[in-house]
Design a protein around this ligand. Structure first.
Ligand SMILES: [Zn+2]
Length: 386
């Protein structure tokens, strides 16, 4: 009987992708380019052949990269990583399945002008190797000469198995590798200390204010670049659509967007990591983001702050460590209640009131810090009564 790896049904598998900036040398860039080109070519060629067979004969063709490699016109496909090509087949098959089952439109051809090039290769019999040196990973990939230098700006969780690597090149000529690790999840039990807790109040003026009175601000990447972006957008509107200047300008704009996105994600990852490492219970407001961005006229800055993504990161990182993130009902009067005596004051309904004094016990409050303390206390109360 062949040996087979069996997984227990109770084992839960999670996958985490780590995306890092890569610094390929010229030779490696050439191979990456070749692979991107082959992957795109094969995808389009298979799509075309499948479409014709389906249209003309009503046949669902099952095509493989191996078949194309034997054609005299496609021999060059053998020069690149065969796993990258195998993934093309898988991707196209699932695109068709999604179409047949009504979940997606008919698969489209991949254009060279699409926002970025990428390919995915899989770990098979040690064909991918990682070597860690301070702040960098040296990555060996199939058919790529030498080791690709990768900046390792956040730690990779121990105990995972590398499953695949996706190499991409963005319009700003930056290269990234995404390392996908698989973890078998064991239920982590952490001894929760209710005294070791924190409450976060999403503030209008900062990213949040915490129950210790600290204000944490976003790098505001979007806001900062927004002005420049508007200028570049204006330039674009005066250019002839489809001209080479127009394409260059579009590249420039999408590079600006990509930059802000990476900065923001990096900030959110580091912040959420620090919080779950430090605290056992983290209380947060359950905000109705859509309602809030409309009613408070936060507009762009709420989505820019990435609060929604931040709470997702907090949740899964806390779960990994057996810690608790507790969402407080959005109707809980965190801003209006005095954290000292519990009296409710309506003066804070006016959002411009930043400081207030409790009419009952006379405690002076900073609006956001008081709210954060209430959120913390409520989170601890919910945890202890669960
Ligand atoms: Zn009071």
């Amino acid at each position: 009987m062949p040996l087979r790896k069996t997984k227990h049904k109770s084992d839960e598998v999670t996958r985490i992708a780590y995306r890092f900036l890569a610094f390929p040398d010229e030779e490696q860039k050439i191979m990456f380019s070749k692979t991107f080109g082959c992957v795109r070519y094969l995808y389009n060629r298979m799509l075309d052949d499948k479409s014709k067979a389906y249209k003309n004969f009503g046949e669902k063709l099952n095509l493989t990269p191996a078949w194309y490699k034997h054609l005299s016109c496609c021999r060059w496909l053998s020069e690149v990583d065969s796993l990258a090509l195998a993934n093309v087949q898988l991707n196209l098959n699932s695109a068709f399945t999604n179409f047949y089952e009504g979940r997606a439109d008919y698969p489209k051809f991949k254009k060279k002008s699409d926002h970025h090039d990428s390919y995915t290769t899989n770990m098979v019999n040690g064909n991918i190797r990682l070597r860690y040196s301070n702040h960098h990973i040296c990555l060996s990939l199939p058919k790529i000469p030498g080791e690709v230098k990768v900046r390792n700006h956040r730690p990779i969780r121990q105990g995972g198995t590398l499953k695949s690597v996706t190499v991409s090149r963005e319009t700003n000529e930056r290269y990234y590798v995404a390392l996908l690790f698989e973890y078998t999840k064991k239920k982590v039990v952490h001894d929760i200390d209710p005294d070791n807790s924190i409450g976060l109040d999403m503030s209008m003026h900062a990213f949040y204010v915490d129950s210790n009175g600290n204000t944490v601000d976003t790098p505001h990447p979007y806001l900062r670049i927004q002005e420049g972006l508007a200028k570049e957008q204006r330039k674009l509107s005066h250019m002839k659509k489809g001209s080479s200047n127009y394409r260059k300008q579009r590249k420039k704009i999408s590079a600006l967007y990509a930059k802000t996105k990476h900065q923001r994600n990096d900030f959110l990852h580091k912040l959420s990591r620090k919080l779950v490492d430090t605290y056992d219970i983290i209380g947060i407001e359950d905000l109705n983001m859509h309602g809030m961005s409309q009613s408070l006229n936060f507009g762009k800055s709420v989505s820019d702050k990435g609060w929604g993504m931040f709470t997702v990161m907090l949740n899964y990182k806390a779960e990994e460590l057996g810690k608790k993130v507790i969402r407080i009902d959005k109707w809980f009067p965190s801003s209006q209640m005095c954290n000292n005596c519990g009296c409710i004051s309506t003066q804070t309904k006016d959002l411009s009131v930043r400081e207030w004094t409790c009419p009952h016990c006379g405690t002076q409050h900073n609006r956001d810090e008081n709210a954060a303390i209430n959120i913390k206390n409520e989170a601890v109360r919910i945890y202890c009564t669960q």
